[in-house]
Design a protein around this ligand. Structure first.
Ligand code: NDP
Ligand code: ZN
Length: 348
């Protein structure tokens, strides 16, 4: 039997959010049903809702930073029981059989069967469109749900499921250690998490932002300084993570890497703002590595969540009501937002 759901959707790339009723696929034996308590607003939601990367699937219910309570479990489910807390991030399924899936890099399923939480066809359910977390519930395979302890602050847990894992993963991949010099470009939802994790790992952290409005916050989080330009920077970096969602020149950051330094790119600007790396500049200042990173696998997401709770590394959040999503998008795209807006689903 299909599961009734309600949430907020846009019906085109220029639409505003409106209440929306829909249904989700019925629960399989390995699925759990989560009653959503909080959903974070990631900048990817904005890119998707506005079709900035590719033409979206409408009506669209964004949201992939989901924290809630398990209210039903399929008969084969072992990881959860009714009443437990759970989290869901950017994906809800994958083939489970290819090399990438077996290594728990499900976001890179080699058969192209990664099912994203929204704006995606669900290959495992007749290609029906997926709907995300700006809603009251979600059905998900238990494998793709993250275990959350009962005493966790759920409004802080939600953004960890994307902003947390997306920044934790490259810091681990690059093996950041005590004394490394780490730059974080873009200081919003993701950038602030990158700063907190890198500081916790013992790195000397510097923030790059467009202005110094949040310098105080950067220093409070343990950053050494905040720069508003890449010009005349006397420091060279072991790792720079870019979380910038708008047009900018990547090369200016590559120039600031040490020999052997790495640039991890997670921010993905709109497709029309074609980004490029200048090969001559890359070669003449060689010995640097530039890579892209997409969220993290399920195993690593669980590790990130456990690590964050253990070290009390939480996102800076501002709770909003479900009818304030448009306002939050407006602030996030006009330099008026601080860090993460989180929707309280009680207001749905
Ligand atoms: P936010 O809007 O919360 O933060 C972006 C920050 O970047 C803002 O503080 C903004 O500052 C700043 N910024 C914008 N332009 C520049 C610039 N030219 N130089 C320096 N700083 C700049 O976004 P999120 O953190 O939620 O997401 C960031 C990006 O990461 C998005 O593109 C998103 O799609 C992507 N993303 C990628 C994932 C992945 O798996 N690779 C996963 C999740 C997100 P201001 O306030 O001045 O605008
Ligand atoms: Zn996200």
């Amino acid at each position: 039997k299909r599961i009734n759901a309600k949430g907020y959707a846009v019906h085109s790339k220029t639409d505003t959010f409106k209440p929306f009723e829909f249904s989700r696929h019925s629960m399989g034996d390995n699925d759990i049903l989560i009653e959503i308590m909080y959903a974070g607003i990631c900048h990817s939601d904005i890119h998707s809702a506005r079709s900035e990367w590719h033409e979206g699937i409408y009506p669209m219910v964004p949201g992939h930073e989901i924290a809630g309570k398990v209210v039903a479990v399929g008969k084969n489910v072992t990881k959860f029981k009714v009443g437990d807390y759970a989290g869901v991030g950017c994906m809800v399924n994958s083939c489970g059989e290819c090399e990438a899936c077996k290594r728990s890099h499900e976001q890179f399923c080699e058969r192209g069967q990664t099912v994203l939480t929204y704006d995606c066809k669900d290959h495992f359910h007749n290609d029906e469109p997926t709907y995300g977390g700006y809603s009251n519930n979600i059905v998900v395979s238990e494998k793709f749900a993250i275990t959350v302890p009962k005493d966790a602050p759920m409004e802080k847990v939600a953004p960890l499921l994307c902003a947390g894992i997306t920044t934790y993963s490259p810091l681990k991949f690059s093996g950041v250690k005590k004394g490394d010099v780490v730059g974080v470009a873009g200081f919003g939802g993701l950038g602030s998490m990158a700063v907190k994790y890198a500081v916790n790992m013992g790195a000397d952290v510097y923030v790059f932002a467009r202005n110094d409005k949040k310098k105080k916050e950067a220093l409070e989080m343990g950053a050494k300084d905040l720069f508003t330009s890449t010009k005349d920077i006397p420091i060279r970096f072991d790792l720079i993570i870019s979380t910038i969602p708008t047009g900018y020149d990547v090369n200016n950051y590559v120039d600031l890497l040490k020999y052997g330094g790495e640039m991890a790119i997670v921010g993905l600007p709109p497709a029309e703002l074609k980004q490029s790396i200048d090969l001559a500049r890359l070669i003449f200042s060689g010995g640097k590595k530039v890579y892209g990173s997409m969220i993290g696998g399920i195993k690593e997401t669980q590790e990130m969540l456990d690590f964050s709770l253990k070290h009390k590394i939480y996102p800076e959040t501002e709770i909003i009501a479900a009818n304030q999503i448009d306002e939050a998008y407006q602030k996030l795209t006009s330099g008026q937002a601080k860090f993460r807006y989180v929707i309280d689903m009680k207001t749905l």
